[in-house]
Design a binder for this molecule. Structure first.
Ligand SMILES: [Zn+2]
Length: 282
Protein backbone atom coordinates (compact mmCIF):
# COMPACT_ATOMS: atom_id res chain seq x y z
CA UNK A 1 0.00 0.00 0.00
CA UNK A 2 1.35 3.33 -1.04
CA UNK A 3 1.42 6.41 1.13
CA UNK A 4 -1.23 7.92 -1.14
CA UNK A 5 -3.54 5.05 -0.20
CA UNK A 6 -3.57 6.07 3.51
CA UNK A 7 -4.51 9.60 2.61
CA UNK A 8 -7.26 8.45 0.27
CA UNK A 9 -8.70 6.05 2.85
CA UNK A 10 -8.82 8.81 5.44
CA UNK A 11 -10.75 10.97 3.03
CA UNK A 12 -13.17 8.29 1.70
CA UNK A 13 -15.98 8.77 4.29
CA UNK A 14 -16.05 12.49 3.57
CA UNK A 15 -15.94 11.76 -0.16
CA UNK A 16 -18.95 9.42 0.10
CA UNK A 17 -20.84 12.04 2.07
CA UNK A 18 -19.76 14.60 -0.57
CA UNK A 19 -18.19 16.74 2.10
CA UNK A 20 -14.58 17.02 0.84
CA UNK A 21 -13.24 19.80 -1.38
CA UNK A 22 -13.23 19.67 -5.17
CA UNK A 23 -9.45 19.23 -5.18
CA UNK A 24 -9.56 16.37 -2.72
CA UNK A 25 -12.35 14.72 -4.76
CA UNK A 26 -10.31 14.98 -7.97
CA UNK A 27 -7.30 13.55 -6.15
CA UNK A 28 -9.35 10.62 -4.81
CA UNK A 29 -10.91 9.90 -8.21
CA UNK A 30 -7.51 9.96 -9.85
CA UNK A 31 -6.15 7.53 -7.30
CA UNK A 32 -9.18 5.23 -7.48
CA UNK A 33 -8.67 5.05 -11.23
CA UNK A 34 -5.23 3.56 -10.76
CA UNK A 35 -5.50 1.73 -7.41
CA UNK A 36 -7.52 -1.48 -7.46
CA UNK A 37 -7.55 -1.90 -3.67
CA UNK A 38 -8.81 1.61 -2.87
CA UNK A 39 -11.41 1.30 -5.62
CA UNK A 40 -12.66 -1.92 -4.01
CA UNK A 41 -12.75 -0.27 -0.59
CA UNK A 42 -14.83 2.65 -1.91
CA UNK A 43 -17.26 0.19 -3.48
CA UNK A 44 -17.54 -1.72 -0.21
CA UNK A 45 -18.03 1.44 1.83
CA UNK A 46 -20.79 2.59 -0.51
CA UNK A 47 -22.57 -0.75 -0.08
CA UNK A 48 -22.34 -0.44 3.70
CA UNK A 49 -23.61 3.09 3.54
CA UNK A 50 -26.66 1.96 1.52
CA UNK A 51 -27.58 -0.84 3.94
CA UNK A 52 -27.17 1.61 6.80
CA UNK A 53 -29.66 3.90 5.09
CA UNK A 54 -32.12 1.04 4.77
CA UNK A 55 -31.92 0.06 8.41
CA UNK A 56 -32.69 3.65 9.28
CA UNK A 57 -36.15 3.46 7.67
CA UNK A 58 -37.79 1.20 10.31
CA UNK A 59 -36.19 3.38 12.98
CA UNK A 60 -37.81 6.43 11.41
CA UNK A 61 -41.11 4.57 11.27
CA UNK A 62 -40.71 3.74 14.95
CA UNK A 63 -40.61 7.47 15.61
CA UNK A 64 -43.94 7.85 13.79
CA UNK A 65 -45.69 5.30 16.01
CA UNK A 66 -47.29 7.79 18.46
CA UNK A 67 -49.04 9.40 15.50
CA UNK A 68 -50.25 6.01 14.36
CA UNK A 69 -51.69 5.44 17.81
CA UNK A 70 -53.58 8.72 17.57
CA UNK A 71 -54.79 7.68 14.13
CA UNK A 72 -56.00 4.39 15.65
CA UNK A 73 -57.76 6.36 18.37
CA UNK A 74 -59.56 8.43 15.77
CA UNK A 75 -60.51 5.35 13.79
CA UNK A 76 -62.01 3.85 16.94
CA UNK A 77 -63.81 7.14 17.60
CA UNK A 78 -65.09 7.07 14.05
CA UNK A 79 -66.61 3.58 14.46
CA UNK A 80 -68.02 4.69 17.80
CA UNK A 81 -69.62 7.73 16.18
CA UNK A 82 -70.97 5.53 13.41
CA UNK A 83 -72.46 3.13 15.97
CA UNK A 84 -73.97 6.09 17.88
CA UNK A 85 -75.42 7.59 14.70
CA UNK A 86 -77.02 4.31 13.63
CA UNK A 87 -78.42 3.75 17.14
CA UNK A 88 -79.77 7.29 17.15
CA UNK A 89 -81.61 6.90 13.84
CA UNK A 90 -82.96 3.46 14.76
CA UNK A 91 -84.36 4.65 18.11
CA UNK A 92 -85.56 7.88 16.50
CA UNK A 93 -87.60 5.98 13.90
CA UNK A 94 -88.89 3.50 16.50
CA UNK A 95 -89.91 6.44 18.73
CA UNK A 96 -91.67 8.11 15.84
CA UNK A 97 -93.50 4.86 15.07
CA UNK A 98 -94.61 4.49 18.68
CA UNK A 99 -95.83 8.09 18.74
CA UNK A 100 -97.88 7.61 15.58
CA UNK A 101 -99.30 4.37 16.99
CA UNK A 102 -100.11 5.96 20.38
CA UNK A 103 -101.72 9.00 18.76
CA UNK A 104 -103.90 6.63 16.76
CA UNK A 105 -104.84 4.73 19.92
CA UNK A 106 -105.61 8.03 21.69
CA UNK A 107 -107.76 9.24 18.80
CA UNK A 108 -109.78 6.00 18.83
CA UNK A 109 -110.05 6.15 22.60
CA UNK A 110 -111.30 9.74 22.46
CA UNK A 111 -114.01 8.69 20.02
CA UNK A 112 -115.00 5.89 22.37
CA UNK A 113 -114.93 8.30 25.32
CA UNK A 114 -117.34 10.56 23.48
CA UNK A 115 -119.66 7.62 22.77
CA UNK A 116 -119.46 6.63 26.43
CA UNK A 117 -120.32 10.16 27.46
CA UNK A 118 -123.38 10.09 25.19
CA UNK A 119 -124.52 6.87 26.88
CA UNK A 120 -123.94 8.33 30.33
CA UNK A 121 -125.78 11.54 29.46
CA UNK A 122 -128.68 9.55 28.01
CA UNK A 123 -128.94 7.50 31.20
CA UNK A 124 -129.19 10.72 33.24
CA UNK A 125 -131.70 12.31 30.83
CA UNK A 126 -134.07 9.33 30.82
CA UNK A 127 -134.10 9.20 34.62
CA UNK A 128 -134.49 12.97 35.00
CA UNK A 129 -137.42 13.11 32.61
CA UNK A 130 -139.10 10.07 34.15
CA UNK A 131 -138.76 11.32 37.72
CA UNK A 132 -139.97 14.77 36.69
CA UNK A 133 -143.21 13.20 35.44
CA UNK A 134 -143.56 10.95 38.49
CA UNK A 135 -143.03 13.85 40.90
CA UNK A 136 -145.48 16.19 39.21
CA UNK A 137 -148.60 14.14 39.88
CA UNK A 138 -150.07 11.88 42.53
CA UNK A 139 -150.74 9.05 40.09
CA UNK A 140 -148.48 7.75 37.32
CA UNK A 141 -148.94 9.70 34.07
CA UNK A 142 -148.76 6.85 31.62
CA UNK A 143 -148.96 8.97 28.45
CA UNK A 144 -146.12 11.24 29.52
CA UNK A 145 -143.95 8.24 30.39
CA UNK A 146 -144.75 6.68 27.02
CA UNK A 147 -143.55 9.93 25.38
CA UNK A 148 -140.23 9.66 27.23
CA UNK A 149 -139.87 6.02 26.23
CA UNK A 150 -140.64 6.80 22.57
CA UNK A 151 -137.89 9.40 22.60
CA UNK A 152 -135.39 6.61 23.36
CA UNK A 153 -137.18 3.94 21.38
CA UNK A 154 -133.97 2.99 19.54
CA UNK A 155 -132.14 2.21 22.76
CA UNK A 156 -134.73 1.02 25.29
CA UNK A 157 -136.40 -2.39 25.54
CA UNK A 158 -138.76 -1.40 28.35
CA UNK A 159 -139.12 1.00 31.25
CA UNK A 160 -140.74 0.03 34.57
CA UNK A 161 -141.93 1.94 37.63
CA UNK A 162 -141.97 0.39 41.11
CA UNK A 163 -143.01 1.65 44.51
CA UNK A 164 -139.96 2.26 46.71
CA UNK A 165 -141.24 0.16 49.61
CA UNK A 166 -140.83 -3.01 47.57
CA UNK A 167 -137.04 -2.81 47.41
CA UNK A 168 -134.17 -3.66 49.80
CA UNK A 169 -131.31 -2.21 47.79
CA UNK A 170 -132.65 1.33 48.06
CA UNK A 171 -129.65 3.29 49.35
CA UNK A 172 -127.56 2.34 46.34
CA UNK A 173 -130.28 3.25 43.84
CA UNK A 174 -130.92 6.62 45.48
CA UNK A 175 -127.43 7.85 44.60
CA UNK A 176 -128.35 8.15 40.93
CA UNK A 177 -128.84 5.99 37.83
CA UNK A 178 -126.90 2.82 38.44
CA UNK A 179 -126.32 -0.49 36.71
CA UNK A 180 -128.04 -3.25 38.58
CA UNK A 181 -129.35 -6.79 38.34
CA UNK A 182 -132.99 -6.41 37.28
CA UNK A 183 -135.62 -6.03 39.97
CA UNK A 184 -138.40 -8.61 39.57
CA UNK A 185 -140.93 -7.14 37.14
CA UNK A 186 -143.87 -8.90 38.82
CA UNK A 187 -143.70 -6.15 41.46
CA UNK A 188 -143.84 -3.32 38.94
CA UNK A 189 -146.71 -0.81 39.01
CA UNK A 190 -146.26 0.00 35.31
CA UNK A 191 -144.13 -1.35 32.45
CA UNK A 192 -143.86 0.52 29.18
CA UNK A 193 -142.56 -0.90 25.90
CA UNK A 194 -142.52 -0.09 22.21
CA UNK A 195 -146.21 -0.86 21.86
CA UNK A 196 -147.36 0.87 25.06
CA UNK A 197 -148.15 -0.66 28.42
CA UNK A 198 -146.86 -4.22 28.87
CA UNK A 199 -149.28 -6.48 30.71
CA UNK A 200 -147.72 -9.93 30.18
CA UNK A 201 -144.90 -11.23 32.37
CA UNK A 202 -141.46 -9.95 31.45
CA UNK A 203 -138.41 -12.16 31.69
CA UNK A 204 -135.52 -9.88 32.73
CA UNK A 205 -132.28 -10.20 30.82
CA UNK A 206 -130.44 -10.72 34.13
CA UNK A 207 -127.60 -8.61 32.85
CA UNK A 208 -126.44 -5.85 35.17
CA UNK A 209 -124.70 -3.74 32.52
CA UNK A 210 -127.87 -3.85 30.39
CA UNK A 211 -130.10 -2.68 33.25
CA UNK A 212 -130.28 0.74 34.89
CA UNK A 213 -132.26 1.71 38.00
CA UNK A 214 -132.74 4.78 40.13
CA UNK A 215 -134.86 5.52 43.20
CA UNK A 216 -136.18 8.43 45.22
CA UNK A 217 -138.29 8.28 48.40
CA UNK A 218 -141.43 7.30 46.50
CA UNK A 219 -140.49 5.62 43.24
CA UNK A 220 -138.02 3.28 41.59
CA UNK A 221 -137.50 3.50 37.85
CA UNK A 222 -135.81 0.67 35.99
CA UNK A 223 -135.10 0.28 32.30
CA UNK A 224 -133.36 -2.30 30.15
CA UNK A 225 -131.49 -1.57 26.95
CA UNK A 226 -132.35 -3.21 23.65
CA UNK A 227 -130.24 -6.21 22.63
CA UNK A 228 -129.01 -4.27 19.58
CA UNK A 229 -127.77 -1.42 21.76
CA UNK A 230 -125.88 -3.59 24.27
CA UNK A 231 -122.60 -3.48 22.38
CA UNK A 232 -122.51 0.33 22.74
CA UNK A 233 -123.40 0.01 26.43
CA UNK A 234 -120.63 -2.52 27.01
CA UNK A 235 -118.07 -0.34 25.25
CA UNK A 236 -119.14 2.64 27.34
CA UNK A 237 -118.82 0.52 30.48
CA UNK A 238 -115.33 -0.63 29.43
CA UNK A 239 -114.22 2.93 28.76
CA UNK A 240 -115.64 4.19 32.05
CA UNK A 241 -113.95 1.58 34.22
CA UNK A 242 -111.05 0.05 32.30
CA UNK A 243 -109.81 2.62 29.79
CA UNK A 244 -106.05 3.18 29.81
CA UNK A 245 -104.87 6.60 30.94
CA UNK A 246 -103.09 8.90 28.49
CA UNK A 247 -99.87 8.25 30.41
CA UNK A 248 -100.24 4.48 29.80
CA UNK A 249 -100.85 5.08 26.09
CA UNK A 250 -97.76 7.29 25.75
CA UNK A 251 -95.51 5.32 28.11
CA UNK A 252 -93.58 3.56 25.35
CA UNK A 253 -93.01 6.60 23.10
CA UNK A 254 -91.95 8.66 26.14
CA UNK A 255 -89.46 6.00 27.25
CA UNK A 256 -88.07 5.81 23.72
CA UNK A 257 -87.84 9.60 23.50
CA UNK A 258 -85.66 9.55 26.63
CA UNK A 259 -83.45 6.79 25.15
CA UNK A 260 -83.14 8.71 21.85
CA UNK A 261 -82.29 11.92 23.70
CA UNK A 262 -79.56 10.11 25.66
CA UNK A 263 -78.02 8.70 22.48
CA UNK A 264 -78.18 12.11 20.80
CA UNK A 265 -76.58 13.67 23.86
CA UNK A 266 -73.77 11.11 23.76
CA UNK A 267 -73.27 11.68 20.04
CA UNK A 268 -73.08 15.48 20.39
CA UNK A 269 -70.79 15.23 23.41
CA UNK A 270 -68.42 12.89 21.57
CA UNK A 271 -68.33 15.14 18.50
CA UNK A 272 -67.61 18.11 20.73
CA UNK A 273 -64.61 16.54 22.44
CA UNK A 274 -63.04 14.94 19.36
CA UNK A 275 -63.43 17.92 17.03
CA UNK A 276 -60.94 20.32 18.69
CA UNK A 277 -58.41 17.46 19.10
CA UNK A 278 -58.68 16.64 15.44
CA UNK A 279 -58.26 20.29 14.50
CA UNK A 280 -55.02 20.44 16.46
CA UNK A 281 -53.65 17.31 14.78
CA UNK A 282 -54.69 18.39 11.30
ZN1 LIG B 1 -4.56 3.01 -2.97
Amino acid sequence: MKNECYIVRDLLPSYIDELCSEESAKFIEQHIGTCEKCSQLLHQMRLEFDTQEQTEIPARLEQKKPFQKIAHFFNAQKSFTKFFSISFWVTFIVTLGFFIYSLNVLSNLNDEREDAQVVEQQKQDIMEKTFAILSSQESINETALQAVFDQYNGQLQHLAVFATKNIDDLARLQKGPTNTFPIDYSQALLIIGEKGKILETIVPNDYDIGTVAMANDQWIVQFEYKESYLKTIENAHQIKYYAPTNWTIFQLPIVFTIITAFILGGLLFQKRITKPMKNILD
